[in-house]
Design a protein around this ligand. Sequence first.
Ligand code: SF4
Length: 458
Amino acid sequence: MHDLAGRFCAEPFEHFEILLDGRVSPCCSLWVDLRLGNVHAADLSAIWNGALAQEMRRSILDGSFRHCRKDRCAMIVNGALPHRGEVSEPHLRAAIDNGATVMEKGPRHLFLAHDATCNLACPSCRSGLIAASGAQKQRLNRVAERVVLPAVASGDLRKLSVAGQGDPWASPHYRSILSALAEDGCPPLHLALYTNAVLMSEKTWQAYEGLERHEITVCVSVDAASAFTYARLRPPGRWEQLLRNLAFIGEMRARGAVRLFELNMTVQADNYVEMAEFARLARSVGCDHALFYLIRNTGSHLGPHYADCDLSTPAHPEHAALLEVLRDPLFADPFCRLFDIQTLREEACGPDAPPPDAFAELVRRRMRSGAAEDWSAEGMALLEINRPWRAAQRFLRAVDRDPSARNRLDLGVALFLAGLPAEAMPHLESGQGDDSLSAEERAALDTCLAAARAESAA
Ligand code: SF4
């Protein structure tokens, strides 16, 4: 149980988060159950000081925190909420001292998560590409006129975050807001961009260069440290384009046009072995931090696949391998922020850490040596536990280091088993030139090739 007596939280007194259906949350929508109103039915001021917003503030002032998810809120779980006596900002002090639930000034932090339009269809987030329809765009424009732009013009706003859903550069609605922010006369604020960065090129930025009057921070969701994994987890993003844009954002960070630059990875079964390389990628492009979060079941799109993606439970066959990855001393560096993975690292490094199993041992060897044989051995171990796609990732690394017919053949088999016959075929064909195959292996290869050709032709 968390002792919240005498504690205070500023979020309901400052934060206004617009969700996909237009409802408004007083802080992170996963941490609190109460919604304050709907921007499709009411304007900013009616919601900001409405009965529900006041009820939320009252629940903080009376110390009950009754609308907060005490098992989820990181501020509560980590004991990070300040004592009331420690709060010094005048608008918060006034609320505490007077028990005031009506705020004289508008929200300080506006978080936009109400347009899902995005150029990518990441399986961890959605099951296909999403773009607002014509009617939806009109509704979104009304939200901009009635809520977002008045909040920006009020001068009360300190921070605007775009976007908790969708991508700021893919959404015409978000782009129209960014255009307004780029205009002369717009009060300066902290603009926090959450983006996949595939469209955030130098050319795009030039069209919005007035944004540089604001304090800009950029957090890019990447989820991969290789083109192969990126293609799997961030379709249809182009890795080369992403790398060019990351380099451009890194240059902006170096010249001070961007104040904070971070890459983030949603850690899941398809990418956890790239965590260390991901941290190195973030450093190489000039980031301040590499952020890591566990994948969460945030919607129906993952369905039954969630259990396969989520490595956090010991029941997952690769859980021990994740712990091996987390034992890398690189993750002790404050450059890496582990958030909800931190407890797993403590488990991995603590005195009661479970001994590595055979598969985790392979992962550890691979993490240290990078040799083709280790990648290949890990791929074989993955095939044995029926993980052909992840086996293909490891075989690809083996081929990178040693493009022998044998390694390519193993890659082809894994791709074929992963349901990618067209991609598998050239690698399978290369195996035909491998004289070391036994008669049994050659027969299996011929069967595999025939099936791949038939499936590709169909
Ligand atoms: S859930 Fe946490 S962050 Fe949100 S209002 Fe409650 S205490 Fe504050």
